[in-house]
Ligand binder design. Structure first.
Ligand code: VG1
Ligand code: CO
Length: 542
């Protein structure tokens, strides 16, 4: 029987860069989670006979929310729910399942790279029928509904057994507990030259993959160890834990430091990689050579045709605005269109659907293609493996070869975390007011050529997104970007993105911090970071 539960709106249920993210304790308030899920169902009512995909990254609170979402989906008229066994579906796997089974959409329960556990974060993302994150028009409708909601719908039904594959009935709705890995692994096998990678492994190629106790563990074991022949133990921290073992499942040089140290040490394997909480990010480190995510995007785009799934060539490349222009240089040489979008994968969806881009990427270690509508950590790892196997080259040699051809975009992101929100907003507001006065001004050896606040008009649906970050462009192609994070849950996080271009005949193998030192100084002079925040150094440099 369908039950109607009265409720009141909560403030702040506004999806950010990637879904609604809050501390678990916030989601645990009576009605809070249900309000948001009901707002999704009200804003995007299911068409007749609709399927909903539900899965998450295995973090604390996943299971109770999945059980509740299943009852609510039944009460709201869904005909079928597909849910990953154990409540597990990586974000890219969920995207694939939505597409493959023609679902109307999906709920992905994850706060991605944010830490998990009773005292950490939880999140809910809604993806649409193309498998991608809901665009802003939809997230705005969901948010609007959360502000007026007065009831949510559920059914009297017991929890279903999430741990056994099979079917169950909740009211008139069928629930199918599916293998979370099988469809995804088959998709990967259809894109990449698995025999070539297997041959490389048989020939002694070694790797270390750090799953960070997050969702990628079962996927990485099934693909890297079971199908590609890497020995057991190649996948480290492979069991998803509700608190990620107490770590921060963010694959960067701070949180994946153990992997970084291994890769820079004397016992480094040929290739190192890691993924994040929900499996959509990737970190790539060769023996003795870290590859920035922006470079990884460019290098993968330049070499994608080595993989069978991309042998026909690329239709275009897309990158988020703060991502370095390394990919633009590849696009220019190949005569491909290159699109610059705001931060967040939702902005790539229309380009991918319209066939205007094949490969997309973000500086935050997200890379993906038109095979799904999310960024995809293991996909990037497998494309790297395919390219290395096909070219019989090391990561270091590939990087040097790439820079010698295209030049190098030295790049780093400086994050100032958990700063006072008022101070952060003031910093950005002041910066915006100064924009007109910046061109022509010198900061040390750097001269500002242009400065603006990034606005984007989607070339497909013409949706306009304003205030997507402040760009300060210098003579010679160097750049600083300032923006506030839309995924944090404590105060504000200021992200400062530094980039300097060095042509192919320049200094291609110099320390990044040295190459970017003038830009870091200029960033503080331009934005008054220390003055506004009291911070003299970033918390995280990636
Ligand atoms: C961050 C990254 C952005 C990414 C987003 C979601 O957003 O910068 O590139 O798309 O996280 O990734 P922000 O607003 O905090 O800068 V994930 O892996 O959290 O779904
Ligand atoms: Co993620």
């Amino acid at each position: 029987m369908i039950r109607t539960i009265p409720t009141h709106p909560f403030d702040g249920q506004k999806p950010g860069t990637s879904g609604l993210r809050k501390p678990v304790k916030v989601f645990q308030q009576p009605n809070y989670t249900e309000n948001f899920i009901q707002a999704v169902f009200d804003a995007v009512p299911p068409p007749g006979g609709a399927t909903l995909v539900i899965g998450g990254d295995g973090r604390f609170y996943n299971r109770p929310v999945i059980q509740q979402a299943i009852r609510m989906a039944a009460a709201n008229g869904y005909a079928r729910v597909l849910v990953g066994q154990g409540g597990i579906l990586s974000t890219p796997a969920a995207s694939h399942v939505i597409r493959k089974y023609g679902a109307a959409g999906g709920l992905i329960l994850s706060a991605s790279h944010n830490p998990g556990g009773p005292d950490a974060d939880f999140g809910i993302k809604y993806n649409i029928a193309n498998g991608g994150p809901a665009p802003e028009s939809v997230t705005e409708a969901i948010h609007a509904r959360t502000q007026t909601i007065d009831r949510w719908l559920t059914m009297d039904a017991p929890d279903i057994d999430l741990d056994t594959q099979g079917t169950a009935q909740v009211g008139a709705m069928r629930v199918e507990v599916i293998d979370p890995v099988a469809d995804y692994a088959a998709l990967m096998e259809s894109l990449f030259d698995f025999p070539a990678i297997r041959a490389a492994v048989a020939g002694g190629f070694t790797m270390a993959f750090d799953a960070m106790h997050a969702v990628t563990g079962p996927y990485a074991q099934a693909i890297l160890e079971d199908r590609l022949g890497f020995p057991r133990g190649t996948v480290r921290n492979g069991v998803p834990l509700e608190d990620f073992g107490g770590y921060h499942p963010d694959p960067n040089l701070v949180h994946a430091k153990a992997l970084y140290d291994l890769m820079m040490g004397p016992d480094a394997p040929d290739f190192g990689a890691a993924s994040d909480g929900d499996g959509d990010r990737n970190l790539i480190i060769g023996r003795g050579r870290f590859i920035t995510p922006s470079d990884s995007l460019a290098m993968l785009a330049a070499n994608a045709t080595y993989a069978p799934g991309y042998a026909q060539g690329l239709k275009g490349i897309a990158r988020s605005m703060p991502t370095s222009a390394a990919a633009d240089r590849v696009a220019a040489e190949w005569g491909l269109p290159c699109h610059e979008t705001p931060t967040g994968w939702k902005f790539f969806g229309t380009l991918l659907d319209a066939g205007m881009a094949t490969i997309c990427g973000e500086e935050s270690a997200g890379t993906g293609s038109d095979h799904v509508r999310e960024k995809d950590g293991l996909w990037a790892v497998l494309l790297w493996l395919n390219v290395l196997a096909a070219r019989r080259i090391s990561v270091d040699a590939l990087a040097r070869d790439h820079w010698a051809r295209f030049g190098r975009n030295y790049y780093a992101r400086h994050d100032y975390e958990a700063i006072d929100t008022t101070a952060a907003n003031r910093l950005m507001a002041e910066l915006e007011q100064r924009l007109d006065t910046l061109p022509g001004t010198a900061f040390g050896p750097l001269r500002v050529a242009a400065a603006d606040s990034f606005s984007y008009t989607d070339p497909v649906d013409h949706a306009v997104s304003r205030n997507q970050g402040i760009r300060v462009l210098f003579d010679g192609g160097s750049r600083i970007v300032f923006r506030l994070s839309g995924t944090g849950t404590q105060g504000a996080t200021l992200r400062v993105y530094l980039e300097r271009f060095e042509p192919a005949d320049g200094a291609l193998d110099t320390d990044t911090a040295i190459m970017l030192a003038d830009l870091a100084t200029a960033a503080d002079a331009i934005a008054g970071i220390a003055r506004h925040t009291g911070r003299t150094a970033p918390d995280v440099v990636t």
